[in-house]
Design a protein around this ligand. Sequence first.
Ligand code: SF4
Length: 475
Amino acid sequence: MFHKNRHASIITNGAARNRVRARGSRFIRNGKKSIVPLLPEISLTQLRQSITFIINIHNMLQKKIPPRKAYVLTSGGLDSTLAVKMLQEQGVDVTGVYISTGFCINSHQKKSGRFDENKPDVFKVTEELGIDLEVIDISKDYISIITNPKYGWGKNVNPCIDCRIHMLAKTRELMEKNGFDFIATGEVIGQRPKSQRKDTAKLIAEKSGLKGFLVRPLSGQFHEETEPEKLGWINRGLLGRIEGRSRKEQIKMAQKYNIQNISAPAGGCCFLTDETYAVRFKDLLSDRKDFLKSNASQPLTMDTLTILATGRHVKIRKGLRLALGRNEGENKLIRHYAANHIVLEPEASMPGPTALLEFVHNEASHNCREEIKSIWGSGESMQTGKSEMASIEQFLENSGSPYASSLTGEDILICAKIMARYCDDKTSVRLKISVCLKTDDPENSGTVDLQIEPLKNSTVLNQRLVIKANEKNFL
Ligand code: SF4
C-alpha cells in the first residue's frame, strides 16, 4: 500500500509486517518509471528512537530538559574534532578529554622549542571549538602498559588496545564522578589495523567498563547500538558510516563544518608507533633483561623512555648508549633530562651536541673493558694521554652517581670522542663532562674538563648508530 506524496510505506503482510520500508529510487506506477529519493530501511524500534530523539531535542530547545553531557577523547586531530561537531549537532553538551601518555610528539617538540605554531594542537582546537577541556596524565601508570601489554604491541611498540582500554577507563572514572552521560571518540573502523577493528572496538568498550556507553560517531552505524542511541539521546541515523584509512570523507566533512586546519591522522602524534623508536626501545628492554636481576633495582623511568626519542643514539656497548642532540632544541631537551646522568658538553664557545650517557646498571658479570676494546679497538681510536684517562677515572670515583660503578674510563672516553666528532672543530675539542645528580643544582655535580681528539674511524660508529632509518618523526 503506497501513500500518495509520501516516501515510506507500511508493509502489512508476512514477515515484513513490522518493517517500514522506503521505496527505491525507481518504482513503477501506472506502467511509468518514477524517481523518488532513496530512504534507508528502518525498523519500528529505530523509528520510535528517532521520534524520542526529536522530542528530546524539542524539549531541550524549550529548556524543559538539560542537554545530555558527553566526554569526547581528543588529541586535537581531525577525527576527534569531527566527533565533537557531530555530537554538538545532535544537541549534546561536549567536553574534551586529553589523555597525556608522555609519548606525544607535539609535547616533546614544545619542550624542545621546536613546535610548529601553525600546527593544530589540542588546546588551540578545543578553544576554537568553544568546549572545555580536561587533561588526564596517565604517564606514571603507562610504563607497565608499554613494557608488558596484555594485548600485545601493534606494528611497532604501540600497545594500542591496552592503551585505549586504560584511557577510556580513566575517562569513565571522570564521567562517573562528574555525572556525564556517555563517552565518545573519533575512532574510525578499519583505520588502524589492531585497535580500530570492529571486534577490538567491542573488546575495548567492554574492558574499559563502557559497554553500551561508548559512541564512535564517525563509524557509529557499523557498531552495535549504544544506550545513548536506544534512549534517543542521539540519533543513530545521523551517525557516520566511515571506514578505512582514506580520509576523503573526513575532509568532505571538515569542509562542511568549515574546519580549516586539518592535522595528521590518528597515531601521527605518538612516537610509540615510530619504527626507529621501536628499535631503540626493544634494544633497551633486551639490555635490561640481561643485566637486571629485578626491575626494581633500576626502575625504568619516563625520562629514560623520553631520551630514547631524542637525538642521535649510539650503542657504545651492551647496556650503554649515548644520546646526542642534533640541534639546539634537542640539546635543550637532553639538558632537561640530565638529572642523575653523565652529560658531556663542548666548551661554551664551540657549537656541538649536548650528549648524555644512558646506561643499565650492570649486576651481571660483564667485562665492559673487554667489550669496548673488541668493538672500538684499542689502537688509534682509543688513543689519549694518560692524564685524561686518570682524570676520567678520578671523576667517576668522585661523581657520587649511584650507577657510576657500572662505567669504566674507557666507556666515558669513547663517548667523549664520539661527541667531539659532531662538534664544529674536527681536530681537538675542549669539553666538560659532568654528572648531574639533581638538575639545576651545580653543588651536586662533579665536573671534569678535557681536551679530546674526535673519533676518526667512522665505520664502527655507523654500525653502532641505533638507528638511522626513518627519523622524520623524531624531534
Ligand atoms: S597510537 Fe599511541 S596513544 Fe594512540 S592508542 Fe596507540 S599507543 Fe595509545
